[in-house]
Design a protein around this ligand. Structure first.
Ligand code: MG
Length: 259
């Protein structure tokens, strides 16, 4: 009798959980405040690569990149005038090479004529580790955050839907901006459980916005993140977001591997 009661309770709890999971919405994990304080960044000019860096994009070609959906295909975003521009029709791109821990520099620019609002205004993203097709991985958000209200755990400098930035040093659309990232990859036990979670430090236009932040798992658009996928060294990925706004551009991408 007691055993049956227990079973019934477990079944009810299980069905409640299933119903709850099925009703989960993207809005459930949006955070709207506190709004990070605006900071006017100092001058952060083009930062050329140190001698031991792996150059991921120097303005010439996409030799270091492939399409995320088919890693046998060459990356087909647009390279012109030493700048890389997202090809929204083609999908995400990622590096041929896989990385564990690293220091990374990347510069990005929201076009001056950007249109749209919220998440639909210059959305892209830097996936610090790509762990599969589409948007699978750990996303440092890229979006226009100069004068564009959205949920604060989805603004530029956020670890998307996990951690809001410590400040908002975004520049105007049309101006080049930079991320300098220190990424410590997660380590997994043999059984797939997490041994040590991922950590990240991010400087946005030279301003600290993530300070050795411990990630909860790969990015989840709906629901709570967790370390459900065991993985090793991973490519670095750039997002071709499906919003209707004008495509953003990148330049000067390099990485230094940390042992
Ligand atoms: Mg994004």
């Amino acid at each position: 009798m007691i055993k049956n009661k227990f079973l019934l309770t477990a079944l009810l709890a299980g069905s409640f959980y299933m119903a709850h999971a099925q009703n989960a919405k993207p809005e459930d994990t949006e955070v709207w405040e506190p709004v990070p304080v605006k900071v006017t960044p100092g001058v952060t000019d083009f930062k050329s690569a140190p001698s031991d860096a792996v150059i991921l994009f120097d303005g010439k070609n996409l030799d270091q990149w492939v399409m995320t959906e088919d890693r046998n295909k060459a990356a087909n975003w647009f390279v012109k005038d030493n700048i890389l521009t997202v090809n929204k029709a083609s999908g995400n791109i990622e590096t041929k090479k896989a990385f564990n821990n690293y220091q990374l520099h990347i510069e990005w620019r929201i076009p001056a004529n950007i249109s749209g609002t919220g998440q639909g205004r210059g959305n892209s993203g830097l996936f610090l580790a790509s762990i599969g097709k589409g948007d699978a991985g750990y996303e440092l958000q890229i979006v226009d955050s100069y004068d564009n209200k959205t949920y604060v755990n989805g603004m530029a400098g956020s670890i998307y839907k996990q951690f809001i930035p410590l400040a908002n040093p975004a520049r105007k659309p049309g101006e080049w901006q930079s991320y300098d990232v220190v990424w410590t990859a997660p380590v997994f036990n043999e059984d797939g459980s997490v041994k040590s979670p991922a950590r990240v430090t991010v400087f946005f236009n030279g301003v600290l916005v993530q300070n050795n932040t411990t990630l909860l798992g790969p990015t989840q658009y709906i629901g709570k993140p967790s370390y459900s996928v065991k993985h090793g060294a991973s490519p670095i990925k750039l997002q071709a977001h499906g919003d209707k706004s004008e495509p953003i551009s990148f330049r000067n991408i390099w990485v230094r591997e940390i042992q």
